[in-house]
Design a protein around this ligand. Structure first.
Ligand code: SF4
Length: 328
């Protein structure tokens, strides 16, 4: 059976004025997502996580375009859809939760109206059944006195409540996939945990698949089944969460794990030297080589290919490729 979502060799580039500068934000990304699965996309800012998500829902900036690849949802290629067709898909089959809830909520409409909208358009609910559905969704995301608070506006809610309301809106159209792009970044630590637990609960109840974008590996460990580490527009390692934490294969993944503070260890924190590369002027060979502790001569000349490690796991690095070749 085909996966729920199959992204194959996706390339999304930003092109500057008169084509003078081409930024390869997403450069050959491939992964699959199964129903009910949580897939984590991690990496430093600017590595292409958000552009990958925006490509999936086809909400890209005017300067960006998908130059090749496919995004199959239940076998249906979203790259070939018109924007009118995508409007029927967004909300009903794929929904998004953004980092800043105020960017998703309209200050001029009550929260009841905003939660009702996807259920009205995508589930064809009207009148009392629609009102009942809005109440259920707000109750599910723990908005107290849901019926009374439907009339309130976003500015009358706390930051945590606003993010939970965005979660209710994402659920309202009955999607099969929710893309959550750094949804807890603006929340206090205690509220973050409550929100993550709530997302997991909603996922168990509805069976929705989640694509979870974050730079926080602690959140990945808590939330995800499978994780892809992105660097310079490419997935450099993909594994089960267990595999990634117990046997990371890519030097960048190992460096990210070494950067996590450890309880009781007083040594100075490890910081990855240097900066992520300029995506319009990538270094030759492996893009990570200027920062890699294990770079070899070959790394400065040749870009490693994607090495399949079985069980949907892969890595882009010469070290495991050469180890595998040595084993024969
Ligand atoms: Fe480091 Fe070379 Fe592997 Fe790139 S290919 S991550 S530079 S060892």
């Amino acid at each position: 059976m085909p996966p729920l979502l199959r992204v194959s060799d996706l390339r999304t580039y930003y092109v500057g004025f008169r084509g003078t500068r081409v930024v390869k934000a997403v450069d050959g990304v491939s992964f699959t997502l199964e129903p009910g699965e949580t897939f984590g996309l991690v990496g430093e800012s600017g590595c292409g996580k958000t552009t990958t998500c925006h490509s999936i829902v086809r909400l890209l900036a005017p300067s960006a375009s998908i130059v090749s690849g496919s995004i199959e949802l239940d076998g249906d290629d979203l790259v070939k859809k018109s924007q009118a067709e995508m409007r029927r898909i967004r909300g009903r089959r794929i929904a998004t939760i953004l980092q800043d809830p105020m960017a998703s909520l309209d200050p001029l409409f009550s929260i009841g109206q905003q939660v009702a909208e996807p259920a009205y358009y995508h589930q064809s609910l009207r009148g009392q059944p629609l009102r009942q559905r809005v109440k259920e969704l707000l109750t599910a995301v723990r908005i107290p006195s849901a019926e009374r608070r439907m009339k309130d506006f976003p500015h009358q809610m706390s930051g945590g409540m606003r993010q939970r309301i965005v979660g209710a809106i994402a659920q309202a159209g009955g999607p099969r996939i929710i893309i959550a792009d750094e949804p807890t970044t603006n929340l206090d630590v205690t509220i973050q945990l409550q929100y993550l637990n709530l997302l997991k609960e909603l996922q168990r109840a509805s069976g929705v698949a989640l694509i979870f974008v974050t730079h926080n590996l602690g959140i990945v460990a808590k939330m995800c089944d499978k994780v892809a580490v992105m660097y310079a527009g490419k997935i450099v390692e993909m594994q089960s969460v267990r595999g990634l934490f117990y046997r990371p294969r890519h030097p960048y993944t190992r460096a990210l794990l070494d950067s996590i503070p450890k309880l009781g260890v007083k040594e100075p924190l490890y910081g990855i030297p240097g900066q992520p590369p300029d995506l319009s002027d990538l270094p030759a060979g492996c893009s990570f080589h200027p920062r890699c502790r294990q770079a070899m001569d070959r790394c400065r000349i040749e870009d490693p290919w994607r090495h399949d490690m079985g069980d949907d796991a892969s890595v882009r690095c010469w070290l495991p490729i050469e180890e595998a070749a040595a084993r024969g």
